[in-house]
Write a protein that binds this ligand. Structure first.
Ligand code: PNS
Length: 160
């Protein structure tokens, strides 16, 4: 069985992430979406909130598991017995960081392969931070996030 891991912060999940998830599940048998628990980086949503939003957006899709991990991605991969990680690539600006991450991971865990999936053109400049900024100033985010995320963003930023 071909299993891929799709790791990220997902703070919150956007339609850009959803697009990668949809296309990734088309080329593997099972996808594990791994939310990074990063105590060093302040996040807008708790890990539980991010996990709930992803699960709700995926609406019980078979063959997709949503979970969280802390520490190194390579250790999470080993624990799950998975060697393939998938990452979305947007503009060229993503490349340097992703290249470094992929090489570091390969060095730590030689069996690991990183697959890069080009973002669909409508999500080229979409990011979780951009969506949050739009939401804070009440911009239109309808086409950028799943409905449950829009609701959560409105709720989160209502009284600031
Ligand atoms: O959505 P993001 O923030 O771009 O995702 C980045 C992520 C979670 C894939 C990356 O930061 C990661 O794998 N972090 C876990 C720690 C790790 O393994 N770092 C690489 C070696 S220093």
């Amino acid at each position: 069985m071909k299993v891929f891991v799709y790791p990220g912060s997902f703070d919150p999940v956007t339609n850009g992430h959803m697009d990668i998830i949809e296309r990734a599940i088309g080329i593997c048998d099972k996808l594990i979406v791994g939310i990074l628990i990063n105590n060093k980086k302040e996040s807008t949503f708790s890990v539980k909130e991010r996990e709930d939003m992803l699960k709700s957006a995926l609406n019980g899709r078979a063959n997709i598991e949503v979970t969280s991990f802390s520490g190194l991605l390579v250790d999470f991969m080993k624990q799950n017995n998975v060697t393939t990680v998938i990452r979305g690539l947007r503009a060229v600006s993503d490349f340097e960081n992703e290249f470094q991450l992929a090489l570091l991971n390969k060095n730590q865990y030689p069996d690991m392969e990183t697959l890069f999936m080009m973002t669909s053109s409508n999500y080229l400049y979409l990011s979780s931070s951009m969506v949050k900024e739009l939401a804070i100033y009440k911009g239109n985010i309808d086409s950028y996030v799943p409905a449950c995320v829009k609701e959560a963003l409105i709720k989160k930023f209502t009284n600031i």
